[in-house]
Design a protein around this ligand. Structure first.
Ligand code: C5P
Length: 233
């Protein structure tokens, strides 16, 4: 018996606030090949309808809202997310042990439960940024410290860069979810991503699901771009 719903190998990030664009992409992609990631931009503009459109077409949905609040609020938010029928939910590990435990209580492990994962340190933060918020021992140490809390609270995995995937996957059981953005097929634009890996490299490094946005959503044919990435795995 699994501890959470089965996960797709790829979640396509639909980072748009335009309903037409979101619907178009949902229509062009193949639910047999990927899930859909709905983040703060799309969810703020479109609400649960965006989740519903993707689910209607048969896509697993990653609701990427990175909850970070007092334990009771995060508990209720996680419960509400699970009620939307999504397959993956996330929170910020820096919300602390009690917040992580509240999230876990809201989403009890089971084959129909969404995966529950945490962000450790945002990859946009460097040592100097952490020092400004009072964390002076560096990103690497902070990632390890927060990963310990995530494992301790019984969450299913983490969102992390492909460069951290190996170290992170050793902390979880074989059911662990290591979800990595910053993935770029060979030859495609890096956009604002810095330390990228190809989909195959990220998977070999320990990623269990890849989050890919612009290389697919910005392609002339998103369906074809997705199929090519799947073929490269
Ligand atoms: O278009 P691109 O492939 O860069 O999109 C990656 C997605 O993953 C975006 O939704 C971005 O917000 C998200 N993400 C990221 N890096 C992180 C965490 C999330 O790029 N560290």
């Amino acid at each position: 018996m699994g501890l959470h719903r089965a996960q797709p190998r790829i979640y396509v990030a639909l980072d748009s606030a335009k309903p037409q664009r979101v619907r178009e992409l949902i229509g062009e992609l193949d639910p047999a090949l990927c899930g859909i990631k709905i983040g703060k931009e799309a969810f703020t503009a479109l609400g649960p309808a965006a989740v519903e459109w993707a689910r209607e077409r048969g896509f697993p949905v990653f609701l990427d809202l990175k909850f970070h609040d007092i334990p009771n609020t995060v508990r209720q938010a996680c419960r509400t997310a699970a009620d939307l029928g999504v397959s993956l939910v996330n929170v910020h590990a820096s919300g602390g042990r009690r917040m992580l435990e509240a999230a876990r209580e809201a989403i009890e492990p089971g084959p129909d439960a969404p995966g529950l994962i945490a962000v450790t340190v945002l990859t946009s933060m460097e040592d100097a940024d952490l020092a400004e918020v009072g964390v002076t021992d560096g990103t690497a140490t902070q990632v390890e410290r927060l990963a310990g809390l995530v494992v301790g609270a019984g969450l299913d995995g983490v969102v992390c860069s492909a460069h951290e995937a190996g170290a992170m996957s050793r902390r979880f059981s074989e059911d662990g979810l290591i979800v990595t953005p910053g993935v770029r097929p060979a030859g495609s634009a890096r956009d604002d991503q810095r330390r990228v890996m190809t989909p195959a490299e990220a998977q070999a490094a320990g990623a269990t699901s890849l989050v890919i946005g612009r290389p697919i959503t910005g392609a002339e044919s998103p369906g074809q771009a997705l199929a090519e990435i799947v073929a490269s795995l």
